[in-house]
Write a protein that binds this ligand. Structure first.
Ligand SMILES: NC(=O)C1=CN([C@@H]2O[C@H](COP(=O)(O)OP(=O)(O)OC[C@H]3O[C@@H](n4cnc5c(N)ncnc54)[C@H](OP(=O)(O)O)[C@@H]3O)[C@@H](O)[C@H]2O)C=CC1
Ligand SMILES: O=C(O)C1=N[C@H](C(=O)O)C[C@H](O)C1
Length: 263
């Protein structure tokens, strides 16, 4: 399978290039980054001291040499790349977070023309955690205050993380609610007492934290905490490759990591 990587000089882009190079069933054929980036023209494996012969480019028509693009960039970049994927009939694994409603609708529309896996977290552990949360939310559906906490590195630009949002959505869905209707995104000043049935969010940014998430179910006399902590980005890269292999069998459609992991 011929793989293209977007955001080749980014934290995830580099992890993905290394993972593809080390996967015998996958071939790196395209490495993208944005116009003006200092990495354009460099060998995609240069940061590893490795010569791949694939030079990082901003030419999206290079996607004609790929079967699947793996994209961890920014929403505006991903949506531009997705148009090129549709044009060149290339499948797409999207790990980027922070899309607005219009962005999510554009992904949905593109999935009628190509096959897409879109997930805010590609790690097997996080996706198992989402299953545990669904079970906990169904059992603890009254008398428990739910709070979602996430911590990430100082360079993360969106908040709450896509994973924290997915965790909140999982609890809200289990309660028959929409997250937007019951979320408290932040608290400051004289907030008054906490209301029942809300989901609170809190966010920490600092240093090189890869990604920590905890959902608290706080009751009277007890507290349940369901936590996931990432210590390496490898899990995101390996999950993305699994998603790309899954798409080899699909023509079009929108899938998530639960689809990938249950196949
Ligand atoms: N689903 C998952 O499992 C995971 C998702 N993520 C998400 O992936 C995304 C990227 O994270 P990370 O690798 O840490 O970020 P980085 O900032 O390290 O890398 C982003 C890369 O994308 C490039 N880029 C930025 N804007 C554009 C654009 N408009 N068009 C094309 N390329 C662009 C950057 O180029 P330049 O440096 O020139 O700006 C850089 O190479 C985030 O949304 C993050 O939340 C991260 C980890 C796991
Ligand atoms: O930006 C990151 O680093 C991460 N982003 C994803 C998110 O927003 O949930 C996944 C992971 O937590 C790392």
């Amino acid at each position: 399978m011929r793989i293209a990587i977007a955001g080749s000089d980014g934290r995830m882009g580099r992890m993905l290039i290394e993972a593809v190079i080390n996967s015998p069933d996958l071939t790196l054929t395209v490495a993208l980054d944005r116009t003006g980036s200092a990495c354009i023209g460099q060998d995609a494996g240069g940061f590893l001291g490795h010569t791949t012969g694939v030079h990082i480019t901003d030419d999206l028509d290079a996607l004609s040499h790929a079967d699947c693009l793996i994209d961890f960039t920014r929403p505006e970049g991903t949506l531009t790349h997705l148009e090129a994927c549709v044009k060149h009939k290339v499948k797409c694994v999207i790990g980027t977070t922070g899309f607005d409603i219009a962005g999510k609708q554009a992904i949905q529309a593109a999935s009628q023309k190509t096959a897409i896996v879109f997930a805010p977290n590609m790690s097997v552990g996080v996706n198992a955690t989402l299953k545990l949360l669904d079970m906990a939310a169904r059992l603890l559906n009254s008398g428990y205050d739910v709070e979602v906490f996430e911590a990430h590195h100082r360079n993360k630009v969106d908040a709450p993380s896509g994973t924290a949002l997915a965790m909140g959505e999982t609890v809200a869905r289990a309660w028959g609610e929409k997250l937007d209707d019951i979320a408290d995104w932040a608290r400051h000043g004289h907030t008054g007492a906490r209301e029942d049935g809300r989901i609170g969010f809190s966010v920490m940014r600092g240093g090189d934290i890869v990604g920590d998430h905890t959902v608290f179910f706080c009751g009277a006399g007890e507290r349940i905490e369901i936590s996931h902590r990432s210590s390496s980005r490898t899990t995101y890269a390996q999950g993305s490759l699994r998603a790309a292999r899954y798409l080899a069998r699909k023509e079009f459609g929108l899938f998530d990591m639960q689809d990938v992991l249950s196949s």
